[in-house]
Design a protein around this ligand. Structure first.
Ligand SMILES: *Cc1c(COP(=O)(O)O)cnc(C)c1O
Length: 415
């Protein structure tokens, strides 16, 4: 059991005003500390709250008993409630039942999992793909299997939380470079000891911008480093065939590139995979603890993901529609004073509004108008960089977009 300092470090326990709490060396967390911590968060308006969905994922959803037009999901291609996926899952249940029953390496690796892995590998034109139960676990698995004490992972500062945790858990040294800053990355690669790994998101989840991949590939090759790209927001979305940031950049990944994809976003299902060359994938199978010591995802979910992959591959019109929505949104927002769109060409379209209070008030007004757009505030983003984070989906139509734009106009016009 973790106590005292280590537990606080692992949970990121800080009072809401940023002071470090004085627990004394080695003290266990007491009930009193947590009461105070929760109170401080509440007083600062930072308490996170669950909303309960009562309808399928989609542009229009019933949440907490109210109808909403939602601009916050990662269901980029509108597949989470696609009848073909639902049918594939039902057939999977008829054939294989509900639970996988054990880890992949015991007897939980079903034909569905194997077929999905093979189909993903051939879609991406790599030797192999390995399924994980979530993207979070895939990231922990890939970093932990390949890197350890004495090695250095050089990671973008704006990487997803799971990538940060992955490095910390691996025991490797974490060296964070300024967002997309190639000079900083290069300097850190030069100083790095042991095995080197460059770790980055393909599309950054809070800003929506895309990694400068050609330059990263060049640096990785020059320094003989692994390059691991988290394609959670890129697979299904970027590239003509939806094959992510490499396809979009016209690059073919080499032997030391590993890509992590999640199936819970554009694929509309659940789970994740790592794709790459045979040898590192063989190492993952032997060593990735989040692969070895967890129950395989239900085979029926893999059947739904196979149906999703066929749609991701074959229905390019969904990406075209998404691209149209993105440009129409950016054109519409350009005319609204007080909203600063960020330089993003992806479905993640954050609007910088400045102070945290303002972002919160705007999100509340949108909510009152029946629109779900989350406000993102510090510490997730820098002070003064609070934003409304709009995400678009092929499930939206032009009328939905017009409704969003007119609500944004309304909520900015009130002082
Ligand atoms: C969502 C996300 C993950 C985690 O994937 P899950 O399958 O939801 O666990 C990892 N990396 C990035 C960049 C993500 O956006």
């Amino acid at each position: 059991m973790l106590t005292g300092r280590r537990m606080r470090a692992s949970l990121g326990v800080r009072p809401a005003d940023g002071r470090r709490m004085d627990y004394g060396e080695g003290d266990a967390i007491t009930k009193h500390d947590w009461t105070q911590w929760l109170d401080e968060r509440a007083a600062a308006g930072l308490t996170r709250r669950l909303r309960v969905a009562g309808s399928p994922q989609g542009a229009r959803m019933r949440i907490d008993g109210r109808e909403y037009l939602a601009f916050c999901s990662n269901d980029y291609l509108g597949l989470a409630n696609d009848p073909r996926l639902a049918m594939a899952m039902r057939e999977g249940i008829d054939r294989y039942g509900v639970g996988a029953g054990s880890a992949h390496l015991i007897n939980g690796h079903f034909e569905s999992h194997q077929r999905l892995e093979d189909e993903l590998a051939s879609w991406l034109d790599v030797d192999a793909a390995r399924l994980f139960s979530t993207g979070y676990m895939a990231n922990l698995g890939v970093v932990g299997a390949l890197m350890g004490r004495g090695d250095t992972v050089i990671a973008d500062r704006l990487n997803h939380a799971s990538l940060i945790d992955a490095v910390q858990l691996s025991g490797a040294r974490l060296s964070r470079y300024r967002h997309n800053d190639l000079a900083d990355l290069e300097a850190r690669l030069e100083r790095a000891r042991g095995e080197r790994m460059i770790l980055t998101d393909g599309v950054f989840s809070m800003d929506g911008d895309i990694v400068p991949l050609a330059e990263l590939v060049e640096l990785a090759e020059r320094f003989d480093a692994w390059l691991v790209v988290d394609e959670a927001h890129a697979f299904g979305v970027l590239g003509d065939q939806g094959r992510g940031s490499f396809e979009a950049a016209g690059l073919v990944p080499g032997e030391r590139v590993l890509r992590v994809g999640t199936l819970g976003k554009a694929f509309g299902t659940a789970g994740a995979f790592v794709a790459g060359a045979a040898e590192p994938l063989a190492v993952l199978l032997q060593r990735a603890r989040t692969y070895l010591f967890t129950t395989a995802q239900p085979p029926a979910v893999a059947e739904a993901s196979r149906a999703a992959l066929a749609i991701v591959r074959d229905e390019g019109f969904r990406r075209d529609r998404l691209a149209d929505l993105v440009s129409a949104f950016r054109a519409g927002v350009a005319g609204i004073e007080g909203l600063e769109p960020m330089p993003s060409s992806t479905p993640i379209q954050p609007l910088t509004v400045g102070e945290a209070d303002r972002a919160l008030v705007m999100a509340e007004r949108l909510d009152a108008a029946g629109l779900l757009v989350p406000a993102i505030r510090p510490p997730t983003v820098p002070v003064g960089g609070s934003r409304l984070r709009v995400t678009l989906s092929a499930a939206h139509d032009r009328d939905d977009l017009e409704e969003l734009l007119s609500a944004l106009r309304e909520c900015t016009s009130i002082p």
